[in-house]
Design a protein around this ligand. Structure first.
Ligand code: ATP
Length: 359
């Protein structure tokens, strides 16, 4: 097992495309670490550079105490599971799992024993003589994981490992993968563009934009306190409410609300300098009954069922859209005038550059 320490990492592709831009991050030993971000932000490039499949243009990567920056993939003691699992179609499950051991020149009987043991651990015993074409997506995924595990790597790298599964299998596979990672305790980095997957599985999430990390934190930190408006906009199944405002002497001026005392409004960041700000709160952390120190009056435009809850969209007099998630059955009628009130302590204020004003 090992930590991964990345310092000043840069990757520039031919044609002057900077995919990774001076990135620093440490993945703790034994942790489950998600790389999350929009398409093209550099997630896969970062994973492939850790694996040694791409050469770094600058900076360093250490796994445990060892600098691996210039080592060949086979010398890094990492195992990568690809999006399409990359199984050999003509080989049985046993031979697929044992393949990396064959490359390592491990003897035949030892290979078979290791493949059987790993296969059993992943519930594949009954399928060992089948070929990938005779397996379901979830089973193929487990074979790919077994093949990676058979090498006993110190680091697992997973590129969108659940993307080929249908919605239900995906949920099962999430739970399975998370438990497996905890049981094995192998430092694991996985790439996903699905935030709910990252929030559900990871110990730590790095949210990336344009080759840099915009926030590193636990799922709860990332969800509750996005460090900047980029992360705030990216995370959450319903987008965060973002209202332009001003901060004047510790008072918030937002929409038609003048001089709301910031502290009593539930934002504890008094002492921040005056200026343009964005006042943000999650639709899940607000109500429509006008009870709270910060209330936005608006007219309900639409209500949409989310299953057990309802997304209410209202428009304020000055044209701002605010959304609230309320329990099913408690939604107001379209056309009703409501008072949208974020819960105390759930109001976030961002400065003109989009950075969260402390604390
Ligand atoms: P996605 O979620 O769409 O897979 P990603 O976050 O994994 O995206 P990367 O695949 O790492 O992003 O790509 C990062 C940037 O590098 C993109 O601008 C991409 O176009 C560029 N890029 C990736 N591979 C190459 C390559 N082989 N040559 C040139 N540019 C590349």
């Amino acid at each position: 097992m090992a930590s991964i320490r990345i310092e000043g990492l840069t990757k520039v592709y031919p044609g002057d495309v900077t995919a990774i831009d001076g990135l620093d991050v440490t993945v703790e030993d034994g942790s489950f670490f998600a790389l999350l971000g929009p398409s093209g932000c550099g997630k896969t490039t970062l994973l492939r550079t850790i694996a040694g499949l791409e050469e770094a243009s600058g900076g360093s990567i250490a796994i445990g105490e060892r600098d691996v920056t210039t080592l060949a993939p086979g010398d890094r003691n990492v195992a990568m599971v690809f999006q399409d699992y990359a199984l050999f179609p003509h080989m049985t499950v046993t031979d697929n799992i044992a393949y990396p051991l064959r490359i390592k020149k491990v003897g035949r009987s030892e290979r078979a024993a290791k493949a059987a043991e790993t296969g059993e651990g992943l519930g594949l015993s009954a399928l060992m003589e089948r070929r990938p074409g005779e397996l379901s997506g979830g089973q193929q995924q487990r074979v790919a994981l077994a093949r990676a595990m058979a090498c006993q790597p110190s680091v697992f790298l997973l590129d969108e490992p659940l993307s080929n599964l249908d919605a239900r299998l995906r949920l099962e596979a999430r739970t399975f993968l998370k438990r497996l990672q905890k049981d094995l305790g192998v430092t694991t980095v996985f790439v996903t563009h699905d935030q709910s997957e990252a929030l559900a599985m990871a110990d730590q999430i790095a949210v990336m934009e344009a080759g840099r990390i915009r926030q590193l934190g636990t799922p709860s930190e990332i969800f509750r306190r996005p460090a900047n408006t980029f992360v705030a906009n990216f995370i959450g199944s319903t987008p965060m409410n973002m209202l332009p405002g001003k901060l004047v002497g510790g008072s918030l001026q937002v929409g038609s609300l003048e001089g709301v005392d910031a502290v009593s409004a539930g934002w504890a960041g008094a002492g921040a300098p005056d200026g343009e700000v964005t006042v943000a709160f999650r639709p899940e952390y607000a109500r429509v009954d006008g009870k709270g120190p910060l209330v936005f009056e608006g007219t309900v435009e639409t209500t949409e069922s989310l299953g057990a809850s309802v997304l209410v969209t209202a428009r304020t007099d000055d044209g701002q859209r605010v959304q609230v998630v309320v329990p099913e059955g408690e939604e107001p009628e379209v056309g009703a005038v409501v008072g949208v009130a974020p819960a105390s302590g759930r109001v976030l204020v961002y400065d003109a550059e989009g950075e969260l004003l402390s604390p």
